[in-house]
Ligand binder design. Structure first.
Ligand code: 4NP
Length: 154
């Protein structure tokens, strides 16, 4: 198999998907597997911005820095360049599918479909809530990262 290239997609690319990116980078480093990882938003509001400070703080608590990431919006090339595109929730999954170019080659799915007993579930949007929402996001994205490392280690 060629090197996996994994793209995580949420709405703003400042909370959930950069946390998923950071969790996967950390898990892949620890496991010694070679994957290309990035994250984007379907929305354009936060292009060029670093992750939300609450997302950065939650990741820091788990020893992962995402301070250097910058918001970006999904584009047509992403569908050819990445082998897998993971939507953090159903709304974003639908938008990703709608915007797919005819020559898209990436496999597109819901992130928690990778996690046993979580199939079909969304990673809830923590943006409008409190810090506990970000702790939940960490639980979800780190479970997904572990499942992805197990999948791509084989
Ligand atoms: P994310 O969270 O999709 O997890 O990055 C959000 C960030 C920003 C907004 C919504 C959700 N917003 O409406 O600006």
């Amino acid at each position: 198999m060629s090197r996996p290239a994994l793209l995580f997609v949420c709405l703003g690319n400042i909370c959930r998907s950069p946390m998923a990116e950071g969790a996967l980078r950390a898990a892949a480093d620890k496991a010694g597997i070679d994957v290309f990882v990035d994250s984007v938003g379907t929305g354009s509001w936060h292009i060029g911005e670093p992750p939300d400070p609450r997302a950065q703080d939650e990741m820091k608590r788990h020893g992962v820095s995402i301070a250097g990431l910058k918001g970006r919006q999904i584009n047509a090339e992403d569908y050819r360049r990445f082998t897998h595109i993971f939507a953090l929730d159903d709304d974003n999954l639908e938008v990703i599918r709608q915007r797919a170019p005819s020559d898209a080659s990436a496999e597109i799915m819901l992130l928690l479909d990778m996690v046993e007993e979580r199939q079909g579930q969304p990673v809830a949007d923590p943006y409008f809530g409190g810090a506990d929402g970000f702790a939940r996001t960490w639980e979800d994205v780190s479970a997904a990262a572990d499942a992805l490392v197990a999948k791509f280690r084989r």
